[in-house]
Design a protein around this ligand. Structure first.
Ligand SMILES: *[C@@H]1O[C@H](CO)[C@@H](O)[C@H](O)[C@H]1NC(C)=O
Ligand SMILES: *[C@@H]1O[C@H](CO)[C@@H](O)[C@H](O)[C@H]1NC(C)=O
Ligand SMILES: *[C@@H]1O[C@H](CO)[C@@H](O)[C@H](O)[C@H]1NC(C)=O
Ligand SMILES: *[C@@H]1O[C@H](CO)[C@@H](O)[C@H](O)[C@H]1NC(C)=O
Ligand SMILES: *[C@@H]1O[C@H](CO)[C@@H](O)[C@H](O)[C@H]1NC(C)=O
Length: 946
């Protein structure tokens, strides 16, 4: 990560500037009546609305009044002679609503310049009528929430000089045919920005039809694939080229050397693109006007040293170099500061970079520096500080900071962005930080800072984002923070903070995480007044009390609500199921909430994670819950739900985790009733209920996710809010544990503590990916199937406390990862197999089976008991008397029979812990708790974003 380069659109801004200039000088002329009417009707068709994170404050249409000269209105430009409206600049005017094809906008035929950027047209389609503005030279629909296909009629705008359809939430797409028409007709084109328009069907070579007079081409994040066109050199006038964020492959063609006018080149985040020596030399030698180069995430491992050696060939006006995550190796290139105008340097995430950052002879104008995630040493000393006086951005996350007198940073008074996270820093935040008055972003998380959060942070009045999580801060949260006018991101989780949360009051926060501290009291109702709040996490403070007020329903932009592991009580507000259709995570687990489960589940929702575990919820699970079509995790365990098995859940197409344990569910579990039932389910836990009848073998046939292992080791997270990592409650060796992170590879089936009877169905052996199988505490009868030995991924198998009979199949010994086996309290008999995995289990695995013998239970096997190291032909424990008789003598002579094997295996046992490896793999921060009310959950956010 790092900062992204300044936008490449300087020249567009220049045009806008001229445009604006023009609009002021022409304002004294009379406007044609029809034009005036059209404008007023246009104004009427939209409302004015500040969107959640809006920086636009000035609705230009406010000055539009009937009876006044429309040529004098804000944003309107007229032809001096005719009074026709020729320019409309409504950029950043807070317009909200649909732009219909019948809009009176399209009566303004004489428009030459139209700028509707930075408004919210609510996913309107771009009408084909835009093609009727035949004299249009500038069209700007940047960042204005348009959606759908870009109409091919845009190609009629043959006079267009500048077209910008960029940044419409990835909702626009452009078909190859439309693109071809567009590029053939727009011969006057100088500037084209289609960034984040989906053009994935386009063949890159069709870019070659673009006008060679282009001076700026931005196609960032357009889904372009395959190789870069090999003759880009034709665009000889290009000054700005940005093809970043696509999926280009291969190497950068060397005819880029012909783009001699290039000032800015961006090819970042094309993860399969590489730079090879031949292209590289040409680029460095021939692009003599280059000032900005962004090759972040392009593979440069072949040119690393060459590159550093030839830095001095770059133009002396070179200003910005972004080479984050390029596979660069070697020592920090000290000669880089021979470039006298270097302002921005990003070498972050090149773990192979070493050496030290120089403390003197730096560029005087260096204002942005990122060395995060490298091994470059930075000597924080007077010299360095004196030479970095112009620094505005300083990103030194997770690098090698030496002589860390942090107080020196207080001298860098120009700083607006400071990231020193993950550096093992300790002590208090230096008081010199009070001088950093321009700071808007301060990130000191994941260190060992202690003491109080200083009050003076509240005087850094520009502060917008403050991350102090994962430290050792104690004391109360200074109230001055809540007076910061622009603060929108506050993350203080995982500290030792105390105080009463009801005192918090803030108007602009969109992100608040105070989880895992020692805060107490009810939630201040003022938190719920912040319409802009997107993320609210107050989990694991244990002493947060009171009811969850229905005013929470005003938070209609909320995406994550996590109030888990506290002492909230009362019933939940009725709106909880549908107050925000953006809500992705709702975690109210581990509280004292009562009443019925929220039941108003609206169809139009984004919920992926619903956790109500560990409350006192009663009643039934309503089938309308299947409106949550995105649901991946449903945890209703440890409540008082009285119902039968909720079959309808099987239709939730994305459900991966279903936990209904410890409720009062009863009846048979038969099924499935539909096709693909529960096919994505990885964890099914219905333990500790009153289910009866035979095991649900019908479902075993359709649990496809449990049949195949997942190789992709990631933590399961919300796809609508990827930094929220899922957690769940599980029983591990009889103890309730919160798993704060869940590996996507995990597969668990827990049907224990019910009244299931009958035999263990053979089909269970299909669930080959299972790691944990628990059928204990039921009334299962019959033999243990030898086919259970096919479950080769099992790490824990619990069949205890049933009525199982017969012998233990030796095949179980072949389950290499099996670390926990519990067959106790059944009616098993015969010799406990030895060898392989069996030698690692102790008596507790087998106790309560009077008929078992073997060294594990310290009971000798006599004549009628089978020896153990035999082939598995008596696997079902029956029909094997032949072998028993034939080999019985051997068992007698050898006593416990497995002694030798046991001795050999001892070394192996010593190395094993009694916990299966997945247990460690899956859990980073595990906390056991006797009382479920004091559970903590830590580190649920992986990568925190702003
Ligand atoms: C334009 O069309 C929309 C949708 O078809 C309709 O709701 C609206 O009333 C129309 N407006 C005018 C001015 O005709
Ligand atoms: C377009 O521009 C041409 C040339 O300036 C002019 O003659 C014509 O009237 C314009 N068309 C409109 C609809 O304004
Ligand atoms: C090109 O533009 C002209 C008008 O300037 C228009 O008549 C023609 O249809 C356009 N061609 C395409 C392929 O869109
Ligand atoms: C690139 O630079 C080299 C060396 O200066 C020069 O010989 C070559 O002609 C240049 N190529 C282009 C396309 O300008
Ligand atoms: C830092 O600021 C202090 C107080 O203004 C000053 O005495 C000191 O010399 C400065 N140090 C550097 C390295 O600029």
């Amino acid at each position: 990560m790092g900062f992204s380069p300044l936008s490449l659109s300087q020249s567009i801004s220049f045009i806008l500037f001229l445009f604006h200039f023009h609009s002021t000088i022409s304002s004294s002329h009379f406007c044609a009546l029809d034009q005036s009417l059209s404008l007023l009707q246009f104004k009427e068709s939209f409302s004015i609305r500040s969107s959640a994170s809006d920086h636009c404050q000035h609705p230009k249409t406010e000055s539009w009044k009937e009876g006044t000269d429309c040529c004098s209105w804000d944003g309107v430009t007229c032809d001096m002679k005719t009074g026709h409206v020729t320019g409309l600049d409504l950029a950043c005017s807070m317009l909200y609503g649909t732009l219909h094809p019948n809009s009176t906008l399209f009566s303004l035929h004489h428009l030459q310049q139209l700028d509707l950027s930075d408004n919210d047209f609510n996913s309107s389609h771009i009408s084909s009528r835009f093609g009727q503005f035949s004299n249009l030279t500038l069209l700007n629909l940047n960042y204005s929430v348009f959606a759908g296909q870009v109409p091919s009629e845009i190609s009629h705008l043959s006079k267009l000089v500048s077209l910008d359809l960029s940044d419409n939430n990835l909702q626009l797409s452009l078909e190859p045919i439309s693109f071809d028409k567009l590029v053939r007709n727009l011969t006057k084109h100088r500037e084209l920005d289609l960034s984040s328009v989906d053009m994935s069907l386009l063949v890159p070579d069709s870019l070659m039809n673009l006008s060679s007079s282009l001076s700026s081409l931005k196609l960032n994040d357009c889904g372009l694939q395959r190789k870069l066109p090999s003759s880009m050199g034709k665009f000889k006038h290009l000054q700005y080229l940005d093809l970043g964020g696509n999926d280009f492959t291969g190497s950068i063609p060397y005819d880029f050397e012909q783009l001699t006018e290039l000032v800015s080149l961006g090819l970042s985040s094309n993860n399969y693109l590489s730079l090879e020596p031949i292209s590289f030399h040409k680029i460095v030698q021939n692009l003599t006007k280059l000032r900005e180069l962004d090759l972040s995430s392009v593979n440069m491992s072949l040119v690393s040293q060459d590159f550093f050696n030839s830095l001095t060939n770059l133009s002396s006006s070179f200003s910005s170099l972004f080479l984050s995550n390029c596979g660069l190796q070697g020592k920090f290139p000290g000669n880089i500061f021979l470039l006298p105008k270097l302002e921005s340097l990003d070498l972050s995430s090149n773990e192979g970079l070493t050496g030290s950052f120089p403390s003197s002879n730096l560029s005087n104008v260096l204002s942005r520096l990122s060395l995060s995630n490298t091994r470059i040493s930075v000597y924080l000393e007077n010299d360095l500080i004196r030479n970095l006086k112009s620094l505005e951005y300083m990103l030194l996350r997770n690098c090698n900071i030496i002589r860390s007198d942090l107080a020196l940073l207080g001298n860098l008074t120009q700083l607006i962005y400071l990231d020193f996270s993950s550096n093992n820093l300790n002590g208090e935040i230096p008081s010199s930080f009070r001088n950093l008055v321009h700071l808007y972003y301060l990130k000191l998380d994941s260190n060992k800072f202690m003491g109080h959060i200083p009050d003076f942070l509240g005087s850094l009045s520009n502060l917008e984002s403050l991350s102090l999580y994962d430290n050792l801060f104690n004391g109360t949260i200074p109230s001055s923070l809540f007076a910061l006018p622009s603060l929108y991101y506050l993350d203080l989780h995982n500290n030792n903070l105390i105080g009463n949360i009801s005192e918090f009051q803030h108007d602009s926060l969109t992100y608040l995480d105070l989880s895992n501290n020692h805060l107490h009291g009810p939630i201040s109702s003022s938190i719920f007044k912040q319409e802009n709040l997107r993320v609210l996490i107050l989990a694991s403070n244990s002493k947060l009390t009171g009811e969850i007020s229905s005013s929470i329903c005003k938070l209609r932009f909320l995406r994550v609500l996590d109030l888990s592991s506290n002492s909230f009580s009362g019933s939940t507000p009725l709106c909880l199921g549908n107050f925000s259709n953006m809500l992705s995570v709702l975690h109210l687990g581990m509280n004292n909430l009562q009443g019925t489960i929220p039941s108003t589940f609206s169809k139009d929702n984004s919920l992926e994670y619903l956790n109500l575990n560990g409350n006192e919820f009663e009643g039934k699970i309503l089938s309308s819950i299947i409106n949550y079509a995105m649901l991946e995790v449903l945890d209703l365990g440890n409540n008082k739900i009285e119902d039968t098995f909720p079959y309808f859940l099987e239709t939730l197409p994305k459900l991966q985790i279903l936990v209904l344990k410890s409720n009062k569910l009863q009846g048979f579990v038969k099924g499935p009733t539909t096709h693909n039932s529960f096919s994505k389910l990885q964890i099914l836990d219905i333990s500790d209920n009153d289910f009866s009848g035979s095991l649900p073998s019908g479902y075993f046939n359709s649990l496809e996710a449990m049949m195949a292992s997942d190789q992709n080791m990631i933590y399961m997270n919300a796809s609508n809010y990827s930094s929220y990592v899922y957690s769940i409650e599980m029983t591990w060796k009889g103890v309730e544990i919160e798993f704060p992170k869940i590996q996507s590879t995990i597969r668990i089936l827990d049907l224990s503590n019910n009244n299931f009877n009958g035999e263990i169905p053979k089909v269970i052996a299909k669930l080959k990916a299972l790691q944990l199988l628990n059928l204990s505490h039921n009334s299962l009868t019959g033999h243990i199937q030898s086919s259970l030995g096919n479950l080769t991924n099992l790490e824990s198998l619990d069949l205890s406390s049933n009525l199982l009979t017969g012998r233990i199949p030796t095949q179980l010994g072949g389950i290499t990862f099996l670390a926990i086996l519990n067959l106790s309290h059944n009616q098993l008999k015969g010799r406990i197999p030895c060898g392989e995995q069996f030698n690692t289990f102790t008596a507790t695995s087998f106790e309560g089976n009077l008929g078992l013998c073997g060294f594990q239970v310290l009971k000798e096997c006599y004549g009628d008991e089978a020896p153990s190291l035999l082939p598995s032909s008596f696997d079902e424990g029956d029909g094997s008397t032949l072998f028993e008789d034939a080999f019985g003598w051997k068992a007698v002579t050898m006593g416990y029979g497995c002694g030798f094997v046991f001795g050999v295996a001892t070394g192996y046992i010593m190395f094993r812990t009694n916990k299966p490896s997945w247990f460690f793999r899956m859990i980073e921060d595990i906390r056991n708790h006797k009382s479920k009310k004091t559970k903590k959950n830590a580190g649920r956010f992986g990568d925190r974003r702003n």
